[in-house]
Ligand binder design. Structure first.
Ligand code: PLP
Length: 381
């Protein structure tokens, strides 16, 4: 028996696609650039331990996470891997981060001093990365003040300045601004005048839209930080990259098929009323699984390789779709429904789902909830 037969809603993750995407990124950036694989938010909903495990065999150099808990999650899979905490650290997290040799991102001298004290107490030297705000307006030292901060941090006896980085707010649609950020960052590195072994800026959109143009910046950057593209999704606004294959499919099953007469309404709020007699299928996924309520009357799912519009409101555990078409004759409980992914000759991409829901693929992927089992296909190594 197919083990997914007992799941009403599940996610399928393809290790083969992950491996192939990683190989493509490696090819794109060349052999001398390190790949920092971003696995925050449960590896974009794919499952952190499984993805981290596969990537450890797949040629990444560093892991990037958002929280200390995620860092410990990577540690639990394989000891010894460099892990960069991309977010700030709470004062209460500092001791633990140092104990597990998690590299923090430093955005203030206060943070640097806390890590210096904890590292001294634990008689360690801790590698750290300093973040420079060149225009993102979130974490990091403002670039005009960053060189001075970098020098001070480099002088702290129990910290080892291993890297400096910045982040693009608009790499997918504003290459000019991104290149200006690169110039600001370059000025900081030059002015700091200390050894900074790792220097990085590129998220997925950066790798696809800025990195090549930035070649004229020579060896300034020697690390990239892909997230979304590693999972086979091109940031919206950029041209398609056929070589990148989606790693995730989101699937469900028909629970019930029924006929409704003209004039009857469907689901909460009665936002859909049948104009004629129609057949509907109740699908076993709802917003409690991460199938957004914003897809009410807007989403489409695939059944037997064909599209079925969502009727009425998406509910917590069920979604109603139109299966009046003759192609769905004799549709039975248990048949597969694709929410994201391929079926037959059609495909609903994460970008399409996100666009229909009025959001972005990053949010759509990380919204798939814990109750949805993740099933892995292909070899992890
Ligand atoms: C999440 C994140 C990334 C990865 O971004 P993608 O757009 O998913 O490639 C890179 N760098 C930082 C600092 C991040 O927070």
């Amino acid at each position: 028996m197919n083990p997914t037969e007992i799941y009403r809603t599940w996610v399928e993750v393809s290790f083969d696609a992950l491996r192939s995407n990683l190989a493509w990124i490696r090819h794109r950036v060349g052999p001398r650039v390190k790949i920092l694989a971003v696995v925050k938010a449960d590896a974009y909903g794919h499952g952190l331990p499984q993805i981290a495990g596969a990537l450890m065999h797949g040629g990444v150099d560093v892991f990037g996470v958002a929280t200390l808990n995620e860092a410990l999650g990577v540690r639990a899979v394989g000891a010894g891997w460099p892990i960069l905490l991309l977010g700030c650290s709470l004062p209460a997290e500092v001791e633990t981060a140092v104990r597990h040799n998690v590299m923090p991102t430093i955005s203030s001298l206060d943070e640097a001093r806390r890590f210096q004290r904890a590292a001294a107490r634990q008689q360690k030297t801790l590698a750290v990365h300093v973040k420079v705000d060149t225009g993102m307006g979130r974490l990091g030292f403002w670039h005009a003040e960053a060189a001075d901060a970098i020098r001070r941090i480099a002088a702290m006896p129990n910290l080892r300045l291993q890297g400096a980085y910045t982040h693009f707010p608009s790499a997918e649609d504003d290459a000019a601004f991104s290149l200006e950020q690169v110039e600001r960052f370059r000025a900081v590195v030059r002015k700091a005048g200390v050894q900074i072994p790792l220097r990085h800026a590129d998220n997925s959109a950066g790798v696809l839209n800025v990195h090549a143009r930035g070649r004229r910046f020579g060896s300034l950057f020697n690390v990239v930080r892909p997230g979304l593209m590693m999972y086979g999704i091109v940031p919206p606004g950029l041209p398609p990259v056929p070589a990148l294959q989606p790693t995730l499919s989101f699937k469900s099953r028909v629970l019930l098929v029924k006929r409704i007469a003209a004039g009857r309404s469907v689901s909460y709020g009665r936002t859909f009323v049948a104009r004629q007699s129609m057949r509907v299928a109740i699908v076993g996924a709802g917003y409690g699984d991460g199938y957004s309520r914003d897809l009410s009357n807007r989403g489409e799912v695939l059944i037997r390789g064909h599209r079925c519009p969502v009727l009425g409101r998406v509910t917590m555990d069920q979604t109603i779709v139109d299966v009046s078409d003759a192609r769905f004759r004799n549709l039975r409980a248990g048949e597969e429904v694709v929410l994201v992914g391929k079926q037959g000759h059609d495909c609903i991409t994460a970008v399409e789902l996100a666009t229909r829901a009025g959001t972005i693929p990053w949010e759509a992927m990380t919204s798939i909830t814990k109750r949805v089992p993740r099933v892995y296909t292909g070899a992890a190594t």
